[in-house]
Design a protein. Structure first.
Length: 766
């Protein structure tokens, strides 16, 4: 009885994998007679259909076996071929028995083995990635012509008000097969014939193509030398961790090019994907036992930026993808300049996206379906990153809904729901930024308290409706599937940031009497509830959340929330509220610092900025510049309102009787409640009352278990250790305080317990 030749043992397979990681292989070439490197360094020529050893855990599905094509799966989901064909991915049929073939007649036939796949789920936190292989070529021709025609290097959108009028261009003659009207040096690519909204692109050639191609080949050589041994596994990590939330590539097209014609993949895009995937290096079953090469992460990102700079004149979708990947580069808390340099990258990203027409709905365009999906996902990602970066950095948004025909992104796929919900939340953020934070509305929304409150209440209602519609797996922070990472942390953080932005609008007029005390107490109580939610959220962040994908805006989200919590504390209205907000601030800072020890790129910036505030002490605040001391605002009690008697009495008890010192200035009766510092000796305004100091020196002792008192003391002295020298450089320099006499050798005495330690004593009430 004839039997099939035995396959390699599992141990031999593991040895082969190790050799594959130790010995770099050049890119696999397509075509017959391709050359590849063996483990001993010799080169052999083999036919294109040669297939490497396939693990028994990776038996092809029935459809792929019948077609004799490579079966590519991700996390026990249907393989790519079955997804494309729209059929169920099954493993019912048994492998066909193989006949022993005469070696002399098998030179051109594929080598195959009878294998089975283990149906048990893979181990958590690891990705089972097959060895590098070359699947059979199975090109599926697109029915629609390419957006960038053959022989051209880029296609630029021709806008309606531009010099080349689209309504004139619609009368040009176009080739029916290519949708092109070709000139000597350029061409017009028509994608939409609709008379009311014709859309054309200007196809252009790169006059320095040969020079650029030489640069690209040299860059490919550098990237391959860095990561050729890890490419396939790193890419698998991207598609596992980042792709569901950051779907900036078309997975099927990408892998088709990767295995059939790797040179079709933009080298900057490849470098960026590999760089982003380095974050999850230790979650691959093979990479985890190898040390990541020193500097690989930054070197790959550097190559990604080089590609963006080179192709800025002739952009493509890869240029947008590279910029989106660069926005995800991890920044350290000390990189303050880079934090705001992101806005420059956002501006370039928006400009290139507009040049490529990503802001237009391409549903009816004459392009391939896969390209339509990719363009919509790319624009949605650009929209999300631009809106959050603008809001977090306090910059005007570069996108306006009037200038885009895409209303939103929708998908019924379960894996895409986080991305869909992030888009919906960003739509709400966009409206909040326009209505409440636009510069033209700034003063109006400050003084028109009634109208502002109505808008804020409406936005809160819509936010609650959005939260109620979330699936449970996105709403619950601890709802991660067994053995998987919790990916919803970035969405919940974004929702809390939106809440904080709404509370900030309500509380900004707190130093004046524009808001009645009863209403102010109500608003502060609502903000207090949100702060407690923030503390609970931060304390619930676990290892499962930290190592999932987070949008790069997380660090500024945490910083925005941190400054609001501090603002809420220093504007406390009563001694009891002061104690409550002080305790909340302690809890928040503790949670921040604990997370920052292992997640510096997440909470490190917020922790640094809060620590800097406390290191500065009460010298940070200049009460002479407080708006409430200048008599700028006219207090008018809303018509028909009724004051709460108890609240009025409490206000009189705490802040003293109201004065009318501002009447001569035409501002009426004002009671300014400036929340910190002593009465300003220069203002001459007896109507300003202060009763506590927000800077509590023993705040520095919050985390003695994390940083001993002796180390904290060093931070406040002149002789700062080198490893801590730049810890406070963002806010002040040692030279400055030495000149002003602020840093003194006896400053560490604040750690001694004195009778007057802590906050300024509260006033006694008659």
């Amino acid at each position: 009885m004839k039997t099939s030749p035995p396959g390699p043992s599992p141990q031999n397979h593991i040895d082969n994998l190790k050799d594959q990681l130790r010995t770099p292989s050049p890119p696999v070439a397509t075509g017959s007679g391709s050359t590849y490197s063996t483990n001993n360094g010799n080169k052999r020529s083999e036919p294109e259909s040669l297939r490497p050893y396939r693990s028994r855990r990776n038996r092809p599905c029935d459809y792929c076996r019948k077609r004799k094509s490579r079966c590519i799966t991700f996390h026990d989901k249907a393989c790519l071929m079955c997804q494309k064909a729209g059929i169920e991915c099954t493993f019912v049929s048994a492998p066909e028995k193989k006949r022993r073939v005469d070696p002399s007649s098998a030179s051109g036939g594929p080598k195959s083995m009878a294998v089975t796949r283990n149906g048990s789920p893979s181990e958590p936190h690891y990705v089972d990635v097959p060895p590098m292989s070359l699947p059979p070529k199975c090109d599926v021709p697109d029915k629609e012509p390419p957006l960038i025609p053959n022989g051209f290097d880029s296609s630029i959108y021709l806008g309606v008000s531009g010099d080349q009028d689209p309504y004139l261009l619609q009368y040009y003659k176009y080739d029916d097969s290519t949708e092109m009207s070709t000139f000597i040096k350029y061409g017009i690519r028509r994608v939409d014939k609709t008379p009311s909204f014709p859309v054309q692109f200007l196809a252009i050639r790169n006059e320095e193509r040969e020079k650029m191609q030489a640069e690209v080949q040299e860059q490919r050589r550098r990237v391959y030398s860095m990561a050729s041994k890890y490419e396939e596994r790193l890419l698998a990590l991207y598609f596992r961790f980042a792709y569901p939330t950051y779907p900036i590539v078309d997975r099927e097209s990408f892998y088709h090019d990767y295995y059939h014609n790797k040179d079709n993949i933009n080298i900057g895009l490849l470098a960026g994907l590999l760089a982003l995937s380095c974050i999850w290096w230790k979650y691959d079953s093979v990479l985890c036992v190898n040390v990541m090469p020193r500097g690989l992460y930054n070197d790959l990102y550097r190559e990604c930026r080089i590609a963006v700079e080179r192709e800025a004149k002739y952009p493509s979708l890869a240029s947008v993808q590279c910029l989106l990947l660069l926005l995800q580069r991890r920044l350290q808390p000390s990189e303050t300049a880079e934090t705001y340099l992101i806005y420059v990258d956002i501006a370039r990203l928006v400009a290139i996206s507009h040049n490529l027409g990503l802001h237009l709905d391409c549903t009816n365009w004459s392009i391939s379906p896969s390209l339509k999906k990719l363009r919509k996902r790319l624009w949605t990602t650009v929209y999300i990153m631009e809106k959050w970066t603008s809001a977090n950095t306090g910059r005007p948004s570069l996108l306006h809904w009037d200038n885009s025909t895409i209303s939103g992104y929708e998908s019924s796929e379960p894996s895409a729901q986080l991305f869909v919900q992030m888009c919906r939340l960003t739509n709400l953020l966009d409206e909040i930024s326009q209505d409440l934070y636009s510069l033209r509305n700034l003063e109006r929304r400050y003084f028109d308290v009634k109208a502002t409150r109505a808008k804020v209440d409406d936005f809160f209602e819509r936010l609650q409706h959005w939260q109620a519609s979330l699936p449970e797996e996105l709403k619950d922070m601890q709802a991660a599937p067994q053995g998987d990472f919790a990916k919803n942390g970035t969405l919940n953080l974004a929702a809390l940031t939106v809440e904080v932005l709404l509370h900030k609008i309500r509380l900004h007029p707190i130093c004046s009497s524009l808001v009645s005390r009863a209403q102010l107490c109500e608003d502060r109580a609502a903000a207090y509830e949100t702060i407690e939610k923030v503390i609970k959220f931060t304390s619930e962040i676990t290892h499962s959340h930290l190592h999932a994908f987070w949008y790069a805006t997380k660090r500024l989200n945490f910083s925005t929330i941190a400054h609001f919590i501090f603002f809420h504390h220093v504007t406390s209205l009563t001694p009891q509220e002061l104690r409550d907000t002080r305790e909340n601030l302690r809890k928040w800072l503790f949670a921040l610092r604990v997370l920052a020890q292992g997640w510096e790129e997440g909470t490190g910036l917020a922790a640094l900025r809060m620590d800097s505030v406390f290191w500065m002490g009460e010298e940070l605040f200049d009460v002479t510049r407080t708006p409430g001391l200048n008599g700028m605002y006219n207090y008018e009690e809303p018509a028909g309102s009724t004051k709460d008697t108890s609240m009025a009495n409490q206000s009189s008890a705490v802040h003293g009787p109201a004065h009318n010192s501002n009447s001569a200035n035409g501002h009426g009766d004002l009671t300014y409640m400036y929340p910190f510092g002593q009465n300003d000796p220069h203002s001459g305004d007896e109507n300003t009352t202060s009763w506590h100091n927000p800077i509590d020196d023993d705040m520095l002792l919050l985390n003695e278990d994390i940083m001993p008192q002796s180390d904290q003391t060093h931070l406040l002295q002149e002789d700062v250790p080198e490893d801590l020298a730049n810890a406070y450089a963002e806010y002040f320099t040692a030279e400055k305080f030495h000149d002003e006499g602020f840093l003194t050798s006896d400053l560490h005495n604040i750690f001694q317990v004195h009778t007057n330690a802590g906050f300024t004593p509260e006033p006694t009430f008659d």
